[in-house]
Design a protein around this ligand. Sequence first.
Ligand code: HEC
Length: 179
Amino acid sequence: MVRRKSYLCALVSLIFAIVLFSACAPNPRMQLISPNMVVIGEGETFVPPTPTPRPRIADLSPEEIYVGLPDSIADLLPGDPANGQSLTVPYNCISCHQLDLSLVDVAPTWAEVADTAVGRAQNLGSPGPAEYLYISIVNPNAFIVDGYSSDIMPATYVDDLSEQDLADILTYLLTLRSE
Ligand code: HEC
């Protein structure tokens, strides 16, 4: 009788332990949401919180865009964007830099590069976006974009391009912006 009771007792404890364990186990059907997501309303819709707006070149005045450039370049601005664009072919810029987001592994994309330059300049805490772009062309190792190698972009453009060519390329790059 005593043995039977302890057997029963062990069985009940086992069942209790199983119930307790399964109650604590995560529910595999539960909707997992990242801490970055918030629920709106009652429905099933999850939307990320509004991201910090990306800086846009369109929000800056010409003075804010051109600040920090050498006078010899600033005096030539705005240059001729069409000529700047055509120079990017013989000088091979666009064999490394894509104009869209599809292939961005060799060099940073030029899609909306003018807006990108505003953010990069802000992060560097100093030059304006045009100066950032200008320095990136004439001295590619001055700033290295995260995730890219420092010794890929030729450092010879400063000798190969005239100041007018540089001003034209700069003017062209400043047109590559979000709508
Ligand atoms: C052989 C490949 C290659 C060629 C050719 C090349 N670049 Fe680059 N460029 C890179 C790489 C890689 C980087 C990123 C590393 C760095 O910051 O130097 C870069 C960075 C840049 C940046 C900064 C982009 C950013 O997102 O911050 C600019 C502007 C730029 N290049 C302009 C030019 C221009 C203008 C030309 C042509 C006159 C040119 N590049 C030709 C490879 C190239």
